[in-house]
Design a protein around this ligand. Structure first.
Ligand code: HEC
Length: 612
């Protein structure tokens, strides 16, 4: 880089200013073995990078052309800054000294300390500065949007490894390469092909090199209340549906990376609309008292109230930074949303989305340690069957809470020692039993909902993952089933005595299993297996595999039409949803114009008694 001309021009300018306004403008810098240069700087226009604790802060700095960047060495040893491709004059920074350099040509500049190649940094010189990255969103938000689902909002890890400085021992280019190109054979996506620029990826690398700031993740009642936004006043909504879809047979389909929800008419298999939502629409709830309203919770914590007449979101509120479960009370009055970050659950007024109560989800885990816990699942019990309860699974605390939403202040009954690392759960059809997966202990825990006691555990395969679960009746016996995130297996048990009736091998781990009372089969995916496009169709009575569908690339989340005659299956990587005749398994429609489709939810779920 030919910095010197510009540098000296600005030096002369600053010198004149310096003469006018007085001294203190110059810094002595040892810029090499044999010579010393005097670089002028003005504090106001310089951006600082400090070197302390073996790292540069900020690690990645985005500036506009013409910015003076100043490094300060706060360590007790000297460091020489080495720019890749010699863009820096190898300045030696003695302890306590600074070095200033003008950054004026757009580009990506790497540097490292001669002391250790692991002490690295990047300067991004961008026309327009940092605001041009991630469409103006700060990198912390971009991380929450794109990465936290797998690596945790606090970067403590999830399905992906922890991304905190102590765990990241490789050089920057290694992590840049992982983020840009993904990891073949794992679910780590190639973000370069999802549209992140090199500059944005370097910004993420810099963010991962910083210590997590847990305080920034606080999100309590004031923040929730302030986030509530009316998008369309309800008095301006049309009085009747503006589409021909049947309100009890609409499909809401998460378009995972596209911040929207596709709506499909389950009678005609026509795509009706895309509803703008937030990142990774996750939990859905349907108002049991009014077919007009549906709700969605994005993984980034935004809850949307959706008008199914006009197919748009009307109100939104942010309940947390990283969220999963959503349930609605049978009277349509309350919603409960479960968060991963912060460790809370939030009860909302379902009509207005105003927050009513924030519950701190913490408690003593099965090993006797008091922990703050993510919320694994939220569910709701039918008041006419058992009582007016929400059920909440606390992942790390291993507790399940029963909340009486008919009482003032929502009293909680806590059931401890249910299992380690709780996950999804579902209710028996009569709502007297709640089955929740313990992934730490690889069993399904069976809870008596009325007496609020743990009555049994069913040892399944590795990492049971029931999703919405499957429950059916055949030959006068009621069965429940789960797939497993850890192995290719469907485990079936008898609901009456919790005895395992069948363990059916599949080609690989799956996440979702589903059935319908009008269909003779149970449908299970293998989306995490070596053949991630297989859907197993299992006979409800004989437990034999009747058929395997293997269309598409990575298929998941089977969901029936209201009457059970058709089944919808998302192809996440294939960007289509396929519709099959649920009895002959013939393909009857392919729904295109859906981006990264994952979860599929039929509005008929509003009547389902399984608790979601
Ligand atoms: C769908 C889940 C998923 C998402 C989303 C995801 N990752 Fe990953 N990531 C993974 C998995 C799984 C691995 C481990 C891959 C392996 O086993 O090699 C990984 C590995 C990594 C690694 C390497 C860590 C190491 O120590 O080797 C980095 C860095 C990383 N991810 C950054 C990111 C960033 C940044 C984002 C967001 C832009 C992101 N990931 C989004 C799943 C994900």
């Amino acid at each position: 880089m030919k910095k010197f001309t510009a540098l000296w021009l600005s030096a002369i300018f600053i010198l004149i200013i310096g003469i006018i306004f007085g001294g203190g403008m110059f810094e002595t810098v040892d810029a090499g073995e044999n010579f010393i240069v005097y670089l002028p700087y003005v504090k106001d226009v310089s951006v600082e990078v400090t070197l302390a604790d073996g790292r540069f802060t900020p690690h990645t700095l985005a500036v506009r052309p013409g910015t003076m960047v100043q490094w300060e060495n706060n360590e007790v040893i000297s460091h020489t800054l080495i720019g890749d491709k010699s863009w820096l004059p190898d300045p030696i920074l003695a302890p306590g000294t600074q070095f200033t350099w003008l950054m004026d040509t757009p580009g990506i500049y790497h540097y490292a300390s001669s002391f250790s190649s692991g002490i690295e940094g990047e300067i991004l010189v961008l026309e327009g500065g940092a605001e041009t990255l991630f469409e103006g969103t700060p990198v912390e938000e971009a991380y929450l949007d794109y990465c936290s689902g797998c690596h945790g909002a606090d970067r403590g890890g999830g399905v992906g490894p922890a991304l905190i400085p102590d765990m990241m021992l490789e050089v920057d280019s290694f992590y840049f390469d992982t983020i840009k190109n993904g990891r073949v054979g794992t679910i780590m996506p190639a973000w370069g092909s999802f549209g992140l620029t090199d500059e944005e990826i370097w910004m993420l690398v810099g963010f991962l090199r910083s210590e997590p700031n847990y305080a920034e993740l606080e999100w309590g009642m004031p923040q929730i209340a302030a986030s509530r936004t009316v998008l369309v006043p309800e008095d301006q909504l049309p009085p009747a549906p503006t589409h021909n879809g049947k309100l009890d047979n609409l499909f809401l389909i998460t378009e995972r990376e596209a911040r929207r929800i596709a709506v499909v008419d389950g009678d005609t298999h026509e795509l009706l609309a895309h509803i703008d939502a937030s990142y990774r629409a996750h939990g859905y709830a349907f108002d049991p008292t009014n077919d007009r309203w549906a709700y969605n919770l994005g993984r980034d914590g935004w809850v949307f109230k959706i008008d199914l007449y006009s197919l748009q979101a009307v109100t939104k509120v942010r309940v947390g930074h990283d969220s999963r479960g959503l349930a609605i009370s049978d009277d349509g009055q309350y919603l409960i949303a479960g968060n991963y970050i912060p460790h809370t659950a939030v009860i909302l007024d379902a009509q207005t989305l105003e927050p009513l109560k924030v519950l701190a989800t913490e408690g003593t885990d099965p090993d006797g340690v008091f922990v703050q816990s993510r919320v694994a699942i939220t569910s709701d019990v039918a008041p006419d069957l058992v009582g007016p309860y929400f059920i909440l699974g606390l992942k790390e605390a291993g507790q399940v809470w029963r909340i009486d939403y008919s009482q003032p202040d929502f009293p909680i009954d806590k059931l401890e020692n249910v299992g380690r690392i709780l996950h999804d759960g579902f209710l028996s059809p009569d709502n007297t039993r709640f089955y929740i997966a313990s992934q730490g202990d690889s069993y399904m825990a069976v809870i008596d909902v009325q007496n609020w006691t743990l009555v049994d555990t069913i040892a399944t395969g590795d990492l049971p993952h029931p999703g919405s679960g499957a429950v059916w009746e055949a030959g006068g016996v009621e069965y429940g089933a789960t797939v497993h995130a850890g192995e290719g297996l469907v485990t079936v048990w008898n609901l009456a005595d919790n005895e395992i009736m069948a363990q059916i091998p599949t080609s690989g781990p799956g996440l979702f299993i589903r059935t319908h009372e009008a269909n003779p089969y149970v449908w299970a995916d293998t989306m995490f297996g070596p053949s991630p496009n297989e859907i197993y169709i299992i006979n409800k009575t004989t437990f034999s595999v009747t058929h395997v569908i293997s269309d598409g690339l990575q298929t998941l989340h089977p969901e029936f039409t209201q009457d059970g005659s058709y089944i919808y299956i998302s192809d996440w990587l294939g960007n289509v949803v396929r519709v099959y005749d649920a009895n002959t398994f013939t393909l009857v429609a392919v729904i295109e114009d859906v981006i990264t489709p994952t979860g599929i939810f039929n509005t008929a779920r509003r009547y389902e008694k399984l608790g979601h």
